[in-house]
Write a protein that binds this ligand. Structure first.
Ligand code: ZN
Ligand code: ZN
Length: 367
């Protein structure tokens, strides 16, 4: 099959013919139909987070089951699926608690660029290629754990399903699960990209009061206001703290969602949040970055700093909830998809993402 392979950090992906082994126990071979180009792919490709090379990136995807390995009962060939990029085992400490996105089995596999049994299906046997988040969807096909497959119905386009596979679930869950937003509460979203837009929409669906979209790029105002923000504020405005307090009875927001991964933006989220509020950190920082916050006021602030990965809930449950809201017209997802391209144009899409293009670029494959 054709796949986009990263052989050197910060270089273009190469479109190569890559062997793909058959699915083993409780694995599924999926023909990819749509895969989004997400900021996490870009961060990895630029070498900012560390990963084993060579690697096939891509983790926001949907497709059709083509073949199942031994012991698979959840899906059959022909089923349409969206892929969870944090498939959870259901057996480990975190799965048995309430944190399946922290699954140990998945974490070990993904950390080694492998599937759950510690081995790879991508590439020649003597020179295997690393999987990315057990998905590697910048490719015509993928072998994934059965647990990654979430059935979808005919009425959900593959591109929308793919978007729900990462950006929507991450932004929605940050608001609904990790900030625990209640009706009427105020929220700030810092960083209006693929995740931030969906945090804004989730705030509207969850009945938020004041919803502040904050970004350094004023060109994002219209998009933010069309997706649930009540106000757009410039992150570089020296009067930003006063403006936020003026909109929140002088206190600061009840919760802030930080989507950029820049330590300065995380500190900004902290300062804009009221005492005893929730600061939810979603953005992935570069690997050498530290977070500096004033320590003296922290005990008295009673603020909570909350790390949020993949929406912090139960991905399969949340993906079905999101698709129900989409069917009801409560979540606008089709309009978030911009260019639809072929796999061969993936490097262009990565550059658009770097330049701050607003809509999601979707790589699509014919049936
Ligand atoms: Zn993503
Ligand atoms: Zn687990």
């Amino acid at each position: 099959m054709k796949a986009a392979v990263l052989r050197t950090f910060d270089r273009d992906l190469q479109i190569e013919d890559v062997p793909l082994a058959l699915p083993r126990d409780r694995e599924v071979l999926v023909r990819i139909r749509a895969t989004g180009v997400c900021a996490s792919d870009l961060t990895t490709i630029r070498g900012k987070t560390g990963a084993e090379l060579p690697l096939v990136p891509g983790h926001e995807a949907a497709g059709v089951v083509e073949m199942v390995g031994p012991g698979v009962s959840k899906v059959r060939p022909g089923d349409r699926v969206v892929l969870s990029w944090a498939p959870n085992c259901g057996q480990c400490f975190y799965c048995q608690g309430s944190h399946p996105t922290l699954c140990d089995t998945y974490g070990m596999a993904a950390g080694h660029g492998a599937l759950w049994d510690g081995t790879r299906r991508l590439g020649p046997i003597d020179a295997p290629i690393a999987h990315y988040s057990c998905i590697s969807s910048f490719a015509e096909q993928a072998v994934v754990p059965e647990a990654a497959c979430i059935l979808i119905t005919e009425d959900v386009p593959f591109a929308v399903a793919a978007l729900v596979g990462c950006a929507v679930t991450t932004g929605f869950g940050a608001v609904v699960n990790d900030a625990g937003l209640r009706p009427g509460e105020s929220l700030a979203v810092i960083g209006i990209g693929g995740v931030g837009i969906n945090a804004l929409q989730a705030a509207e669906v969850a009945g938020a009061g004041v919803v502040l979209a904050i970004d350094i790029d004023p060109a994002k105002a219209a998009l933010a206001l069309a997706h649930g923000a009540t106000h757009f504020l410039n992150a570089g405005d020296p009067d930003l703290p006063e403006k936020v307090r003026a909109l929140t009875q002088g206190r600061g927001v009840d919760s802030a969602i930080e989507c950029t991964g820049r330590p300065s933006a995380i500190a900004q989220a902290y300062h804009l949040t009221r005492p005893a509020g929730h600061v939810v950190i979603v953005g992935i920082a570069p690997k050498e970055a530290d977070l500096a916050l004033p320590a003296i006021g922290f005990p008295g602030s009673k603020k909570r700093l909350i790390g949020s990965i993949y929406g912090g809930g139960i991905p399969e449950r949340d993906i079905h909830r999101i698709l129900d809201l989409y069917r009801k017209g409560r979540l606008k997802l089709d309009a978030q998809i911009g260019a639809r391209i072929a796999l061969s144009e993936v490097n262009e899409a990565l550059r658009w993402l770097e330049q701050g293009v607003l809509a999601r670029t979707m790589i699509e494959f014919a049936a």
